[in-house]
Design a protein around this ligand. Structure first.
Ligand code: F3S
Ligand code: F3S
Length: 106
């Protein structure tokens, strides 16, 4: 199991979650952040600090945002397991589903 970042993160990228993760497994893409499903240790520390409640335990992702579960897995298909987001930095891509989302306007 893993934690999943969902729709509220898109185009916001608050990044408060990054500070909490003890294993540095929250990676930055173009339009949102993604949690590495193999590197996440399910500690739950990131979930309460997101100001827009975008983070969910995999089993608890709301039905309307279920596509984000696949998106978090897909994001790492080519990357493999880098073993730390801070050394990788921003990754200039998004999962297919996320890239297809309409831009949010303030
Ligand atoms: Fe996104 Fe929330 Fe983290 S908006 S970057 S999941 S703190
Ligand atoms: Fe990291 Fe724990 Fe969240 S391992 S991604 S802070 S559940």
């Amino acid at each position: 199991m893993t934690y999943i970042i969902a729709e509220p993160c898109v185009d916001l990228l608050d990044k408060a979650c990054i500070e909490e993760c003890p294993v540095d497994c929250i990676y930055e893409g173009n339009r949102m952040l993604y949690i590495h499903p193999d590197e996440c240790v399910d500690c739950g520390a990131c979930e309460p600090v997101c100001p827009v409640e975008a983070i969910f335990y995999e089993d608890d992702v709301p039905e309307e945002w279920s596509d984000y579960t696949g998106a978090n897995y897909e994001f790492f298909e080519e990357l493999g397991s880098p073993g730390g987001a801070s050394k990788v930095g921003k990754i200039e891509k998004d999962a297919t589903f996320v890239a297809s989302r309409p831009a949010k306007s303030e």
